[in-house]
Design a protein around this ligand. Structure first.
Ligand code: C2O
Length: 540
């Protein structure tokens, strides 16, 4: 293994897109940003210099950061932001992982444009569990706004309403021909008839889950969230923000130019939606340039069944480490509310309906503290968080549920910065139960510092008597789309000490408080203990 150095400059870039000239924040003048290439076992040293006018941090999404929590990146969780003009160097080793990941800003809504792929190859001589294809391509799916996304976040939160819908979906930064002024702003892969390609799909969108498909071609999923799966062949995939999926595609159709498309998955009921798709070309050698195929057939934006069908078929390739017993069992509701007092007092009970959007886990709307929780925890500084995140919904609000046709009444959330403390080595199960008063919807819940086995999911309320769990070959993921009006069960062994953010990867929901923090305590040995903070850790 070797050490790889990266120099990231976070800076503003003037860009021409969608008939407009405007500025966005990017890394190294590229959109999407530079690809981080590594091999399993490599050490990454990434020096991040913030030349933008906004606070920045970089999170290495999906990298488990074994004993390197200080370099995980979420602002106010593991570090203070890198302020304009400042530098911070991230250092971590990629332990026992290979596959497709991505890095992204983890402060405000900067992630919309500050993101890029991470590709980790297996150790030399370790084969892939599938025939290695002819070629591979990175496909970053995104959402694009013409307005400044940091200001957009401020305005959205101040207004109390929902965020504006993006101006375009993008494929590697390109909206494609369905959008104005974008006939030539389109991504293209040239393919050789008969050959097979590996596509590394990354959903880097800010606030949208998406479907992806290629007209007339089948996709075979071989990896999800940087862990191998049993091959699963399908016409389309769905990725929540934060998810990565590797698919194999064979150019086995008539010579032609085929549409690769990205469109929204929006499970919430009563949302009117314009089904415009971003399009890229999957173009055979010898195809006539103006012979574009019919559009790729994506499911309708609210096709929950399509999502369930894909997810039901997904199986881990090696799930031998799935915990069969559990020591810590948590039940966590995830949902949207309308009630929230804007009080900074974390103990205040927010009963009054002031009509602003909020979100919560177990009735707690997470508030980021003004310092990093990791630092406060490590140094024993009191007053910035409490360790009383409830292991179940608060009793004094009768939790009903978010199952379809059921009236959920977990409307009254409290603001709080409450962490759940977990013993080192504990085998944890978390039942994530979708709920909500505004509407129920699929929430892509991401856990930092770990991958987890998705041992079950279903519609309606989780019922321990009837829920059947898969302890044989569940997929090993880091982000799980909790089904709309349903539940998902995840398991993992808490063997990586640190302060780990768990949150909805739809950024608007995260800002509204759909998050909490797991603190995994140190073990007894040197290799089970969080090291000291780095000297150049940013100050708040
Ligand atoms: Cu990809 Cu907390 O994030």
């Amino acid at each position: 293994s070797s050490t790889r150095f990266y120099d990231f400059k976070v800076q503003t870039k003037t860009i021409n897109k969608l008939c407009n000239t405007h500025q966005i924040v990017v890394v190294n003048d590229m959109f999407p940003g530079p690809v981080v290439y590594a091999q399993e076992g490599d050490r990454i040293i990434a020096k991040v210099t913030n030349e933008s006018p906004y606070n920045a941090t970089i999170h290495w999404h999906g990298v488990r950061q074994i004993l390197s929590c200080w370099f995980d990146g979420p602002s106010y969780i593991t570090q203070c932001p890198i302020q304009p003009g400042q530098t911070f160097t991230y250092e971590f080793t990629i332990v026992n992982q290979r596959g497709t990941f991505f890095w992204h800003a983890h402060v405000s809504w900067l992630r919309a444009t500050v993101h890029g792929a991470i590709v980790v190859y297996p150790r030399t001589g370790v084969p892939y569990p599938f025939k290695y294809p002819y070629e591979e391509h990175i496909i970053v799916l995104g959402e694009y706004w013409l307005q400044d996304v940091v200001q957009m976040e401020r305005q959205t939160l101040a207004s109390g309403g929902a965020p504006p819908i993006s101006n375009a979906y993008t494929i590697n930064g390109h909206p494609g021909p369905n959008y104005n002024c974008s006939a030539n702003d389109v991504y293209k892969i040239d393919v050789v008839p008969g050959k097979t390609y590996l596509l590394r799909l990354i959903n880097a969108a800010l606030n949208m889950e998406v479907f992806f498909g290629i007209a007339d071609h089948q996709l075979t999923i071989v990896e999800a969230d940087a862990e191998y799966t049993k091959p699963l062949t399908t016409d389309r995939v769905m990725l929540g923000p934060g998810q990565t999926i590797n698919v194999l595609v064979t150019a086995d159709q008539r010579i032609g130019k085929y549409s690769m498309a990205v469109g929204p998955y929006m499970s919430a009921r009563n949302v009117a939606f314009q089904n415009i798709t971003a399009v890229a070309y999957f173009q055979y050698l010898g195809a006539l340039p103006n012979s574009l195929s019919l559009p790729a057939k994506l499911p309708k934006f609210n096709d929950n069944l399509a999502v369930k069908t894909i997810m039901s078929g997904l199986r881990g390739l090696d799930s031998s480490k799935v915990p069969k017993e559990i020591d810590t069992n948590l039940f966590v509701t995830v949902g949207l509310n309308v009630n929230k007092c804007r009080s900074k007092n974390p103990k205040q009970n927010c009963q009054s309906n002031n009509g602003t959007m909020a979100a919560s886990m177990n009735n707690i709307s997470f508030i980021k503290p003004p310092v990093s929780i990791l630092e406060a925890y490590y140094k024993g500084i009191e007053g910035y968080f409490t360790d009383d995140f409830p292991g179940a919904p608060l009793k004094f609000y009768d939790f009903v549920n978010g199952a379809p046709n059921n009236a959920p009444i977990d409307t009254n959330s409290m603001n709080g910065t409450r962490a759940k403390v977990v013993e080192y080595g504990s085998r944890v199960q978390i039942i994530l139960q979708d709920t909500g008063t505004v509407t129920t919807e699929n929430h892509p819940i991401h856990l930092h510092g770990y991958s987890f086995y998705v041992v079950g999911f279903g519609t309606g309320n989780y019922n321990p008597q009837t829920a059947s769990l898969n302890l044989v070959d569940p997929p090993y993921m880091n982000t799980i789309g909790v089904p709309v009006g349903g539940w998902a069960a995840i398991r993992f062994k808490a063997d990586n000490p640190g302060v780990w953010f768990m949150h909805c990867h739809l950024d608007s929901h995260q800002s509204w408080g759909l998050a909490t923090v797991l603190i995994v305590k140190n073990g007894v040995g040197h290799l089970e203990t969080l090291p000291h903070p780095p000297a150049d850790l940013p100050r708040c």
